[in-house]
Design a protein around this ligand. Structure first.
Ligand SMILES: *Cc1c(COP(=O)(O)O)cnc(C)c1O
Length: 227
């Protein structure tokens, strides 16, 4: 396919997601702009991302530090105001790289990682804002705090480590209705006085909005199926 046609298709999908998101907010009785769109550009190169940047969009998500490091410094230089979210697992030895690159870390999921950020701050780094990831389905292979441990973890992050935790993030189990997981996340956030909920992907972002999402992470519905 020609690059021009590809760009046009990406733009069409992007606009469609923007419209569906606004409609979902209104249907939920919320303001049309109540939920932010984070365009998940993982696996897509700069050429695929540029049309969305050209359309004025600025919030993007990546799940791997190295991949983000390869493509975003240049794009951030080119387009002002980009806000890059880390939505994948972070190893403590990648914290320094992540700090130079990401404006928001959505995958704060364990004490060791919280401590690594505290250490980086002691060495002069300024820290981004954080979402704590919650493993709402208690899946053994999935990262995130378990629902009954998250209150204690949040207290440690906020009071002891003084990290700027703004909200919670979850990835519901595949093949289960997502609604109950979104409700659980909203419930945990409310009891901890957190206002931001990052939940919902291409297949369920409208459901997430109905359950109170303030940020949705949408990849394939914008950029196309990943290869
Ligand atoms: C890939 C990914 C997304 C986007 O998934 P799509 O189904 O392509 O919209 C959202 N959140 C996380 C954590 C991801 O890894």
């Amino acid at each position: 396919m020609s690059e021009m046609l590809e760009n046009k298709e990406t733009l069409g999908r992007f606009q469609n997601v923007v419209d569906r998101l606004a409609s979902a907010c209104v249907r939920a009785g919320r303001q049309g702009d109540a939920a932010d769109l984070i365009a998940v550009s993982k696996t897509y190169d700069a050429a695929h991302i540029r049309p969305v940047l050209e359309a004025g969009h600025r919030a993007f998500g990546e799940n791997r530090v190295q991949e983000a490091k390869d493509k975003w410094p240049e794009l951030k230089h080119e387009y002002e105001g980009v806000e890059l979210h880390l939505i994948g697992p972070l190893q403590t030895n990648k914290v320094k790289d992540a700090l130079g690159l990401f404006d928001v870390i959505q995958t704060l999921d364990r004490e060791k990682l919280a401590r690594a950020f505290v250490k980086a701050r002691a060495q002069g780094a300024s820290l981004p804002s954080f979402y704590v990831q919650v493993n709402t389905g208690c899946e053994p292979q999935k990262a995130g705090q378990l629902p009954d441990a998250v209150d204690g973890f949040l207290k440690m992050c906020r009071e002891e480590c003084q990290l700027n935790v703004v909200g919670l993030m979850c990835i519901p189990p595949v093949g289960e209705p997502a609604g109950p997981h979104f409700d659980l996340l909203a419930h945990i956030a409310a009891r901890n006085g957190l206002s931001q909920l990052s939940m919902g992907m291409s297949g369920d972002f409208e459901t997430a909005v109905a359950h109170g999402a303030t940020a949705v992470r949408v990849g394939s519905a914008i950029f196309g199926q990943r290869g």
